[in-house]
Write a protein that binds this ligand. Structure first.
Ligand SMILES: NC(=O)c1ccc[n+]([C@@H]2O[C@H](COP(=O)([O-])OP(=O)(O)OC[C@H]3O[C@@H](n4cnc5c(N)ncnc54)[C@H](OP(=O)(O)O)[C@@H]3O)[C@@H](O)[C@H]2O)c1
Length: 237
């Protein structure tokens, strides 16, 4: 794996082979970060990293399946061999499981699988990368959540396991913000975005979906932590 120059800003984006994650990786690389393109699929991850490299920017593929602790620990070890610190972690990888239709009909397994990726995934990746993040002067963790996880206003019944996993992810954000006082740790709702998950009728482009995530990774005040944001503004939990 390529060694990153000391002094260069570094970012890891999980689920960066497509959708919002790929766009966040692209924008951060364009802003001068050495981006680690996290993906569970080697071919897709390498392709996304190569696309950034072809523009003369810095990207390295990092194999990481956020639902598998041994994969996450191995990725953190690989990362630490390549870079001496991590400035930005974007916990973007997420799923909506097939059959996530009605709260009284979903199986325990469906809920467990969804929590494993969307909630525990973000926590275990953060835990594994804290030793690299604490070596940054201004570490930032961004959890890509969803308005579907908001408790304010009540549930509308759509994708209950997914929404519960994002409510719980917001809990993880709040806990991590307290546990890591020098970090900026926030949740983001990207809005409804045209990706494989969001579908073609979604109202936002991937560029729009990536905007608040990239802002939190770069220009937002370091003191902004423990919040839930959309369009660069705090929204209720
Ligand atoms: N699109 C929207 O409207 C919308 C709205 C609110 C929130 N979000 C959130 O935004 C984030 C990105 O979603 P998206 O719309 O870009 O979806 P997407 O196009 O379906 O991309 C999801 C990404 O997550 C990866 N992923 C899933 N499980 C993984 C695992 N166990 N380990 C590593 N990577 C994994 C996927 O990899 P594979 O290609 O290998 O499957 C893919 O790269 C998600 O957290 C989602 O919940 C999206």
């Amino acid at each position: 794996m390529t060694e990153v120059d000391t002094g260069m800003k570094t970012a890891l984006v999980t689920g960066a082979n497509k959708g919002i994650g790929r766009e966040v990786a692209r924008q951060l690389a364009a802003k001068g970060f050495h981006v680690f393109v996290g993906a569970r699929d080697q071919r897709a991850g390498r392709k996304a990293a190569d696309e950034i490299g072809k523009r003369g920017e810095n990207a390295t593929f990092l194999e990481i399946d956020v639902s598998d602790n041994s994969s996450v620990v191995a990725a953190a070890d690989m990362f630490a061999k390549a870079a001496d610190h991590l400035d930005v972690l974007v916990n973007n990888a997420g799923i909506i499981a097939d059959g996530d239709d009605a709260i009284l009909d979903i199986s325990d397994d469906l809920l467990r699988k969804t929590l494993e990726t969307n909630t525990l995934g973000a926590l275990r990746v953060t835990r594994a990368f804290v030793p690299s993040l604490i070596k940054s002067k201004a570490p930032r963790v961004i959890n890509v959540s969803s308005g579907g996880g908001q408790l304010t206003g009540g549930a509308d019944g759509w994708a209950p396991a997914y929404c519960i996993s994002k409510t719980a992810l917001n809990g993880v954000t709040s806990q991590l913000a307290t546990a890591l006082p020098n970090f900026a740790v926030n949740s983001v709702c990207p809005g409804w975005v045209r990706t494989e998950m969001g579908g073609q009728n979604a109202t936002r482009s991937v560029e729009e979906g990536a905007d608040t995530i990239v802002w939190l990774a770069t220009d937002a005040p370091q003191e902004l932590t423990g919040k839930f944001l959309r369009d660069r503004k705090e929204i209720p939990w």
